[in-house]
Design a protein around this ligand. Structure first.
Ligand SMILES: [Zn+2]
Ligand SMILES: [Zn+2]
Ligand SMILES: [Zn+2]
Length: 168
C-alpha cells in the first residue's frame, strides 16, 4: 500500500488521489491524469531525477523539468500541445459532422472508444472574431497513438498536424 492511491475503508476500489478516478490494482500510474503510484521511478530523460508523473499519451516518466501539466493531466514535451477535455484527448477535429462521425466509427471498429464533442460556433460581434465551430473526436489518452495510426491510414490527418489546436 502506498500514499498515492487510496482505497476507501472496506471497499475494494482503488482511486487515484489526484483525479479520484477508480484505477486497477495493477496499474503503475493513473491512466487518466498520469499520477504515479510508485516512488523511486526515475525520469526517462533524466535518470538522476525522480519522476513526478507519467505522460498519459506515451507513458514516459517525467520529472519536474519534463512534465507539462495541462488541465490536471501530465504530458511530455512531445504531447503537450494536445487538447484535453475531461480526461479525453482530441485526436481529430473537423467542421464536417459527417466526417467526424465517420472518423469515430472507424476508431470504434479498430477497438477504440471515441467520443464526439461538437462545439457550436459563436456569433462574431462587431470587431470580434467568433469562435469557429468544430466537431472534435476525443479518445482516452492511452489510445491516442493507436488511434492516430488509424486516422492516418484513413488519410484524415493529412494536411493537419496531429492533435494541433485549431488556430495555433
Ligand atoms: Zn488520476
Ligand atoms: Zn508523451
Ligand atoms: Zn526529466
Amino acid at each position: 500500500m502506498n500514499d498515492f492511491a487510496t482505497s476507501p475503508a472496506g471497499g475494494d476500489v482503488l482511486r487515484c488521489r489526484r483525479c479520484k478516478t477508480a484505477v486497477g490494482e495493477v496499474e503503475d500510474f493513473c491512466p487518466h491524469c498520469g499520477n504515479l503510484f510508485h516512488e523511486n521511478v526515475h525520469c526517462t530523460a533524466h535518470p538522476d531525477r525522480l519522476a513526478r508523473g507519467v505522460c498519459v499519451i506515451c507513458a514516459m516518466a517525467l520529472c519536474n523539468r519534463c512534465a507539462k501539466r495541462k488541465n490536471g493531466v501530465w504530458l511530455c514535451v512531445d504531447h503537450r500541445h494536445y487538447e484535453i477535455y475531461q480526461s479525453l484527448v482530441r485526436v481529430f477535429g473537423t467542421r464536417d459532422a459527417v466526417q467526424a462521425q465517420y472518423a469515430a466509427s472507424c476508431i470504434e471498429q479498430a477497438g477504440g472508444h471515441p467520443f464526439v464533442y461538437s462545439r457550436m460556433p459563436t456569433m462574431s460581434s462587431e470587431g470580434e472574431a467568433g469562435i469557429v465551430g468544430e466537431h472534435k473526436v476525443l479518445v482516452p489518452p492511452g489510445e491516442v497513438m493507436a488511434v492516430e495510426e488509424v486516422l492516418r491510414e484513413l488519410e484524415l490527418l493529412s494536411g493537419e498536424s496531429p492533435g494541433a489546436a485549431p488556430g495555433t
